[in-house]
Structures are given as structure tokens and as C-alpha cells.
Design a binder for this molecule. Structure first.
Ligand code: HEM
Length: 431
């Protein structure tokens, strides 16, 4: 399926570089560098604006006849990488870091010192700390406790209409119990306000101080069987400020649940045969124990397909930490940026046979590499944990209810590039 493209690089014209700002940079900023901007998502969905970005990137590839283009992306000269094998090389390379200025400035407003905005020696110390507490690559040591949290929360969902606020509450409640071991409703507004300000590269000092006071308090008296307890028990090196790692986890875990649970259910509900199979798989288990949750290949494929179709982190931006050759003849100088458009790759018909369809069956077979968790050394450190929490939540919901999608509608023949989950209404029907 994949036709080979020339391996060299070309330089995008100033006009195409300008268009790249319009189709790629500007939408990323308006969509919210940290927290999603509701009105803009609604507007983009109404106008199918994601399609224009995809068409533009495909047209660049066509026009220049290559998949490595020198251009500009805030705030530096940037190599745009569309070639699959070069994506692998970028993400596997030790010569770049995931802390380019724009990302660092935005995320540091609420989680300064977190691993996601680190490089060099600091990253080397912060990454193992994150991997250890999040139990990267394996079932989390507290999987039974986390499964029980999810079961308790899903048990409180009642049949009828479900909208975004209900999923948001689910995200807040589950993430706080998994991370802090207790419910802390006071933190919801603090975090929401800090994230909204971070979009503008600003910090709300009062709320920042209040959140970090709470986190330090939680670290000194941690609940049982939660991430904070494990973080507190570790002798963190001086380069690892612990509270910011936790602040980052709180943001991403809450965000993951409130976004990926409703979106995956919407896709499942829009495909009746998929819903039947997913529910049969879930209800085929004698009990939804934590071990049973991690052995649901079909539901797992549904989740992965949702992440592929609506890639939550569509841009993977890297900063070259040294001058290096990405491959022969492709030199990237220190401080230049490399931009991998994972969102474009995941919808590329040259890579995926059913690029615009929800295809869990295909995802269970031999499938091209996917990058919704990024990959390799700086790939998502919370991948195993979040996959477990999301699958558990979905499984427990599907065990209790059949879902009907009331809106926004999904065109199953060509899934739109974006979906407005803030406007979503699902109807949960008990058996
Ligand atoms: C489905 C939900 C999630 C997705 C799709 C996701 C995706 C990603 C991606 C794409 C990156 C790389 C970002 C970049 O290079 O710019 C990343 C990094 C990271 N993620 Fe996640 N993530 C998710 C949830 C989580 C959760 C819940 C946690 C922790 C509780 C977490 C912890 C991390 C950490 C610590 C990093 C930084 C790794 C590093 O820089 O070495 N993620 N994630």
C-alpha cells in the first residue's frame, strides 16, 4: 500500500510556510495548548475544519514529492516529518527532547519541573521516577484498588441521558481517588482555572499556591493504595520535584477519562455490531476483576481505534539537543525543531487501509505502528495505567448498559476528523 517517496528534504516556500501557520499552528493554539477551548472545538466540528488541515498536509507531500520538509513552526526552524520510517527515527533518537519552548511555556504554568517539559539530566531522573510510580509497562501494583474505585463510581451512574458533565465528574472522582486516595472536590476549580490560564501562557498565582499546598499536604499524609502514597514512599532525587509530577498526572488522568470514555462509547454506539461484540466480551467474564479487565482484546481495540481516529495529541514536537543526522543527508542542527504530525499519520490512507473508519477488527490484527501514546524513550509514561483505568471504566459501563448515541451524529462511512464531546448526549439503557 505504501509507495516509497524520495528520502531527501525540501524547503517549503514562504507561502506554504504561511499556510502551515494557518492550517496547523493557529488551530493548535486556538484549540487550547493545555485545556480544550469549547467554542473553537464546536466551530471546527461544524465546519469540518480538521479536513482542511489534512488536505493541506497531503497537498504539501504531493507538491514537494517528499515527506521531510523544512519549514517554520512556533518558535523556530522546524523539520516537518511525514515519512513513517522517519517518525520512528525521530521518536527513537536520543538527540532530541520533548521540551520545545512553546510546550514548556504552556505546561510549566501549572506543572513546572514535570518530566513532560524536561530534558537532559533532569529528564533522566524524572522519567524513572514517573515510570516507577505509574508502573509503566505492567499492570499497576494497585490495580485491584483502582478497579474497585472504578466499580464504585460506575455503580453510581444511572440509566438515562448522559452528557459531558457526567463524564467530567466521573473523570474528577476516579482520578482523585487513584492519585490522592481520596476525593478532593476543592481541587476541581483550582485545576480548571490553572489549566485555562496555562492556555494563555499565564499562571494564576493564588490558585497555583493553593493547589501546591494541597498537594504537599497530600504527600505528607497520603491515603492508602494510591499514586501519592507511592510517590511519597520513594526517595526522590533533588532533581525530581514531586508535587509537579502529581499535578501533571491529575490533569492528564482526569482529562483522559472525561474525553476518551464518552468518545469511545459514542463510536461503539454508532456501530451496533461493534457494541454487541464489545458487550458480549465484557459480559462473558464471570466478574470484572482487574485481571479480567486487562484481558478484553476487542474492547481494547475499540479504545485504540478511538485514539487513532481522534488522536488527542496530534502534534509531537521535539527540540534537537545536539546537531545530528536523522538519516544520511538529513542534518538537524541543535535547537531546531522536529514536528511529527501523528494526527495526519493516523488518517493517512497510504498507511491505514481503513483510515477513516472505526475498525477494531483490523486493529486486533497486524496493524501499522500507532503514535497516540507517542513511542520509545519519551513515549507516554502513564500508558499502562491509563489503558487499565479507561478499559475498566468502559467495561463496567458496557456491562450495565447498552448505549444509544443521541448526538452529535457520526458518519460511520467517513468518521469526521474531530468530534465535539462537549455536545455529546448518550442514552444509557439498562438490560
Ligand atoms: C489516553 C490518555 C493519554 C494519552 C493519549 C497520552 C499520550 C501521551 C503522549 C502523546 C505523550 C508524549 C507527548 C509529547 O511528546 O509531546 C505523553 C507523555 C507523557 N504522559 Fe501521557 N497520555 C495519556 C495519559 C496519561 C496519564 C493518565 C498519565 C499519568 C497518570 C500520563 C503520563 C505521561 C507522562 C509522565 C509523559 C511524559 C513522558 C516523558 O516526557 O518522558 N499520560 N502522553
Amino acid at each position: 500500500m505504501l509507495e516509497a517517496m524520495p528520502l531527501g528534504t525540501r524547503r517549503a516556500s514562504w507561502w506554504d510556510t504561511l499556510r502551515l501557520q494557518l492550517f496547523v499552528s493557529l488551530p493548535v493554539v486556538l484549540a487550547g495548548l493545555v485545556a480544550p477551548t469549547r467554542w473553537y472545538l464546536a466551530w471546527r466540528c461544524r465546519h469540518d475544519a480538521g479536513r482542511a488541515t489534512m488536505r493541506f498536509l497531503a497537498s504539501l507531500r504531493e507538491k514537494y514529492g517528499c515527506e521531510l520538509l523544512w519549514t517554520w513552526f512556533p518558535l523556530r526552524r522546524t523539520l516537518l516529518v511525514l515519512a513513517p520510517e522517519a517518525i520512528e527515527a525521530v521518536l527513537a533518537s536520543k538527540d532530541n527532547a520533548g521540551d520545545p519552548a512553546i510546550k514548556k511555556r504552556a505546561l510549566s504554568r501549572f506543572a513546572p519541573g514535570s518530566v513532560i517539559v524536561s530534558s537532559g539530566g533532569e529528564w533522566e531522573e524524572r522519567r524513572p521516577f514517573n515510570e516507577a510510580v505509574l508502573d509503566f509497562g505492567t499492570l499497576h501494583r494497585h490495580h485491584e484498588a483502582f478497579g474497585a474505585v472504578v466499580a464504585r463510581e460506575v455503580g453510581q451512574v444511572v440509566a438515562g441521558e448522559l452528557r459531558f458533565p457526567q463524564f467530567q465528574a466521573l473523570g474528577q472522582r476516579i482520578s482523585q481517588q487513584v492519585i490522592l486516595g481520596a476525593l478532593r472536590p476543592d481541587m476541581n476549580a483550582q485545576l480548571a482555572c490553572l489549566l485555562a490560564r496555562s492556555n494563555l501562557l499565564l499562571r494564576d498565582r493564588k490558585r497555583f499556591a493553593a493547589l501546591y499546598r494541597e498537594l504537599e499536604g497530600a504527600l505528607s499524609e497520603p491515603g492508602a493504595e494510591c499514586l501519592v502514597a507511592d510517590a511519597a514512599a520513594r526517595d526522590a532525587p533533588a532533581a525530581v520535584p514531586v508535587a509537579p509530577q502529581i499535578a501533571f498526572w491529575m490533569f492528564v488522568l482526569k482529562d483522559a477519562i472525561e474525553l476518551h470514555v464518552p468518545r469511545t462509547l459514542a463510536l461503539i454506539a454508532a456501530h451496533p455490531e461493534v457494541q454487541r461484540r464489545a458487550r458480549d466480551e465484557v459480559r462473558g467474564k464471570a466478574a470484572l476483576t482487574a485481571k479480567a479487565v486487562s484481558a478484553l482484546p476487542y474492547l481494547d481495540a475499540c479504545l485504540r481505534e478511538q485514539l487513532r481516529l481522534w488522536t488527542p495529541v496530534p502534534l509531537l514536537l521535539r527540540r534537537a539537543t545536539t546537531t545530528f543526522d536523522l538519516r544520511e543527508g538529513v542534518r538537524v542542527a541543535r535547537e531546531q525543531q522536529i514536528l511529527v504530525h501523528a494526527g495526519f499519520y493516523h488518517r493517512d490512507p497510504r498507511v491505514f487501509a481503513q483510515a477513516d473508519r472505526f475498525a477494531p477488527d483490523a486493529a486486533m490484527g497486524t496493524f501499522p505502528a500507532t503514535y497516540f501514546f507517542s513511542a520509545h524513550r519519551q513515549g507516554c509514561a502513564g500508558r499502562s495505567l491509563v489503558t487499565f483505568v479507561l478499559t475498566a471504566t468502559l467495561a463496567m459501563l458496557l456491562a450495565r448498559f447498552r448505549f444509544e448515541l443521541q448526538g452529535p451524529a457520526i458518519d460511520t462511512a467517513r468518521i469526521a476528523y474531530l468530534y465535539d464531546h462537549f455536545a455529546l448526549t448518550l442514552r444509557a439503557v439498562g438490560d
